[in-house]
Design a binder for this molecule. Structure first.
Ligand SMILES: Nc1ncnc2c1ncn2[C@@H]1O[C@H](COP(=O)(O)OP(=O)(O)OP(=O)(O)O)[C@@H](O)[C@H]1O
Ligand SMILES: [Mg+2]
Length: 581
C-alpha cells in the first residue's frame, strides 16, 4: 500500500490522518505546491494556445482562479497541520526529568543527581559544558542525556552552617541534634568563606549549597567595631577600673612575668552593681583600652570586635534555641580570633540567661544553657583568645558554676557613685565648651572653666542636699529598722547624664523662645533634677521586690519592703508651672 492511499488503495490526498498512526508525518513532503504550479503552468499553456476571443477562455480563466485559490487554501491548511502536529508531538512526548548538575568528571560527561540517584550522563552537543554551573538544574531526556540547562532554583530549604571544611565544602546541621551533613559548594557561592552561623539554601537531594544568606542574628550581637569609649569617659569608678586593669591588662602587658609565676590568667570578669552606674560603659571602655594597649605593646594593628549580647536576646522559649545561640556566640568569637581579631563577648543582663536554676525557671528557660556556657568557656585558654565580660544587677542570681575559679572568677563591683564620683561624672557631661549662662560666666570673670566647675559644685550640692523634699524611698529592713533614702542615695551615672541632657533642653528651648542663645544655668540644672526624680522612669514598673532591690543596691536578704515617697506637692507644682518636655 503506497503512502497516501487508504486500505482500499484509494488516494487520500496529501493529508492522511492514518499517517500519524503509522508514525509518519501527516503531510507528504513532495505534494501540493509543486503539483499546483504544474497545473497552473498547464493552464497558462492553454491560455497561450487559444485566441483571445476563444469561447473556452472564460472557463480557462475560471480554472486559473480556482487553481490559485486552491493553492492558497492548501498553504493555509498545511500551515495549520504543521502547527497541530507540533502541538500533538508536545502533548504526547514523554516528560523530561530534572536533575541537578554536580560537575563534569570527564569531557562531555555530566555528573547529575536525579531523584536522589547519581548518574554520569552524556551532554547534548549543543550545550556548552563551560556554561553549566554546579547546582544548576538540568533537563534530561529518556536516555538521561542532559538536553537543557534551567539554571539555579531559587527555592528550597535553608540550613545553618556549622563550619567550612578546609577544602571548601560546607558542614551544616543542628548542633543540638548532632546531625550534620557535608555539602558541596554551588558555583554561585564562589570562593568566599562561608562563616559559621550563616545560612545556606540547599538542594537537599543533591547535597549542594546554592546560595549563602549571611548570618542574621549575629548582626544584632555586633557593635561591629570596638566602641570608642575611653576611660576618661567613665567617671567615679576608679576602683572598678583599676581592678579591671589588674585583671585584664596586666597579664596581657607582662605575659612573661605571669608565665614565670605560672599564673593562670582569667578569661573574663563579672561587672555587677545597680542600674545606670556604668557597667555597659565600662565593658565598652575595657575593650577599647585593651585593644589600644595591645597595639602599643605589639606594634601590630590588631582589631577588636565587640559582641554585645543582651541576655534576654539569648532567651528563647523554644527548647534548644538558647543553647544554639550560646554556641553560636562562642563560635563567632573563635572565628574572629582565627582572623586575628580580639573578640570581646559582653553579656548584659547575664542573670537572665546564666542564672541559677531557680531564677531561670521563672524565665521558662531550660537549664542546659549554663552547662553549655561553662563547657564553651572551659574551651577558651585565656583572655588572649576571647575576653568574656558579664554584667548584671543581681550577682546573687548568677549560677555559681559560672563564677567558679577558672571561669569568670573576677567579680568587680560597679558602685553607685559617691559625692566625688558624681562630681566627676557631672564634669564629663557639663563641660566648659557648652554655652553657659551669662550671669554665671560674669560671676567667674568670664572664665568658662571656672564657671563650669562652679556649676558642677552647685549642682552636686543641690543633689546631695538632704531636706524633707529630697526624701525618695523608705526601706524596711529585716532587723526592724527603717531607712529613708534621699535622692543622692539613688544617683547614678545615667541619672547625671540625663540631668545634664534635660538642662540643655531647657536652655535650648529658652534660646528658641527669646531668639538669642541662652546658656545653661543653675536653675536649669535644679529643675532638671526635680524633673528627673519626679518622672516615673526611676521607679520600677512592677512591685516586684527584686526590681526594687536592683534600684537601691541593698542586700536582698536584709530588705523586707520598699516604698516610694511620692513627689512633694511643691515638686509637682513646679513641674506643672514649667510645663516643659
Ligand atoms: N560612671 C559613669 N560615667 C559616665 N557616664 C556614665 C557612668 N555611668 C553611667 N553613665 C551614663 O549612663 C548611661 C547608662 O549607663 P550604663 O548603660 O553603662 O549603665 P549600666 O550599669 O550598664 O546599667 P544597667 O544595669 O541598667 O544595664 C551611659 O551610657 C552613660 O551615658
Ligand atoms: Mg547595662
Amino acid at each position: 500500500m503506497a503512502n497516501g492511499e487508504d486500505s482500499r488503495g484509494r488516494d487520500r490526498g496529501p493529508f492522511d490522518p492514518d499517517r500519524r498512526r503509522r508514525g509518519e508525518p501527516l503531510l507528504e513532503d513532495d505534494s501540493g505546491p509543486e503539483r499546483d504550479s504544474v497545473s497552473l503552468d498547464l493552464v497558462y499553456e492553454l491560455i497561450a494556445g487559444t485566441e483571445e476571443d476563444d469561447p473556452r477562455r472564460p472557463a480557462i480563466y475560471q480554472l486559473r482562479r480556482q487553481l490559485i485559490d486552491d493553492a492558497q487554501r492548501y498553504q493555509d491548511t498545511r500551515q495549520e497541520i504543521v502547527e497541530l502536529e507540533g502541538a500533538c508531538e508536545k502533548l504526547t512526548a514523554p516528560a523530561n526529568r530534572i536533575g541537578v548538575y554536580l560537575g563534569s568528571p570527564k569531557e562531555r560527561i555530566a555528573q547529575v543527581v536525579v531523584s536522589g540517584s547519581t548518574y554520569f550522563s552524556n551532554v547534548d552537543p549543543r550545550i556548552e559544558m563551560d556554561t553549566l554551573r554546579v547546582g544548576a538544574q538540568v533537563l534530561l531526556n529518556e536516555a538521561y542525556v542532559v538536553v537543557g540547562d534551567l539554571g539555579r532554583t531559587d527555592t528550597g530549604s535553608v540550613v545553618k552552617v556549622v563550619d567550612q571544611l578546609d577544602d571548601g565544602r560546607i558542614r551544616v546541621g543542628h548542633e543540638t541534634t548532632g546531625q550534620f551533613t557535608v555539602l558541596q559548594r554551588g558555583s554561585d557561592i564562589g570562593d568566599d568563606k562561608v562563616a559559621s552561623g550563616d545560612e545556606v539554601l540547599v538542594d537537599a537531594a543533591a547535597r549542594v549549597a546554592l546560595e549563602v544568606f549571611p548570618k542574621q542574628e549575629a548582626r544584632d550581637y555586633f557593635l561591629d567595631e570596638v566602641p570608642d569609649v575611653s576611660w576618661e569617659q567613665v567617671g567615679g569608678q576608679d576602683e572598678a577600673i583599676s581592678a579591671i586593669q589588674d585583671a585584664i591588662e596586666m597579664p596581657l602587658l607582662h605575659p612573661d612575668l605571669f608565665e614565670r609565676f605560672q599564673f593562670t590568667t582569667p578569661k573574663g570578669f563579672l561587672l555587677y552593681g545597680p542600674p545606670g552606674c556604668g557597667k555597659t560603659l565600662i565593658g565598652k571602655a575595657t575593650a577599647h583600652n585593651l585593644v589600644n594597649k595591645i597595639r602599643e605593646r605589639t606594634g601590630e594593628d590588631i582589631e577588636g570586635q565587640f559582641l554585645h549580647i543582651k541576655g534576654p536576646e539569648i532567651l528563647n522559649m523554644w527548647l534548644g534555641e538558647s543553647e544554639r545561640k550560646v554556641r553560636e556566640i562562642f563560635s563567632i568569637a573563635r572565628e574572629k580570633r582565627k582572623q586575628g581579631i580580639l573578640p570581646f563577648v559582653f553579656i548584659d543582663e547575664a542573670e537572665s540567661v546564666l542564672g541559677t536554676r531557680r531564677a531561670l525557671r521563672s524565665h521558662n528557660i531550660s537549664n542546659t544553657v549554663v552547662p553549655m556556657f561553662c563547657a564553651e568557656m572551659d574551651g577558651i585558654e585565656s583572655i588572649d583568645d576571647v575576653v568574656i565580660i558579664l554584667a548584671t544587677n543581681r550577682q546573687d542570681l548568677i549560677d555559681p558554676a559560672i563564677l567558679r575559679p577558672g571561669r569568670i572568677d573576677r567579680k568587680i563591683k560597679v558602685n553607685r557613685p559617691d559625692e566625688s564620683g558624681t562630681r566627676e561624672i557631672f564634669r564629663i557631661y557639663l563641660t566648659s565648651d557648652l554655652p553657659l549662662d551669662a550671669d554665671l560666666l560674669a560671676r567667674h570673670d568670664d572664665d568658662p572653666d571656672a564657671a563650669a566647675a562652679g556649676l558642677v559644685d552647685a549642682v552636686v550640692d543641690e543633689l546631695y542636699g538632704e531636706r524633707d523634699d529630697t526624701r525618695f524611698l523608705e526601706v524596711a529592713m529585716a532587723d526592724g529598722h527603717r531607712e529613708t533614702l534621699h535622692r543622692s542615695d539613688l544617683v547614678s551615672g545615667a541619672i547625671v547624664a540625663s540631668i545634664v541632657q534635660r538642662s540643655k533642653e531647657y536652655a535650648i528651648k529658652r534660646s528658641v523662645e527669646t531668639g538669642e542663645e541662652q546658656g545653661i544655668s543653675f536653675d536649669d540644672l535644679r529643675d532638671a533634677i526635680e524633673q528627673e526624680y519626679t518622672e516615673n522612669e526611676i521607679f520600677p514598673p512592677t512591685d516586684n521586690i527584686g526590681d526594687w532591690l536592683k534600684l537601691i543596691d541593698h542586700d536582698p536578704e536584709s530588705v523586707v519592703s520598699v516604698s516610694p515617697i511620692r513627689a512633694s506637692k511643691q515638686r509637682v507644682r513646679r513641674q506643672a508651672l514649667r510645663g516643659v518636655i
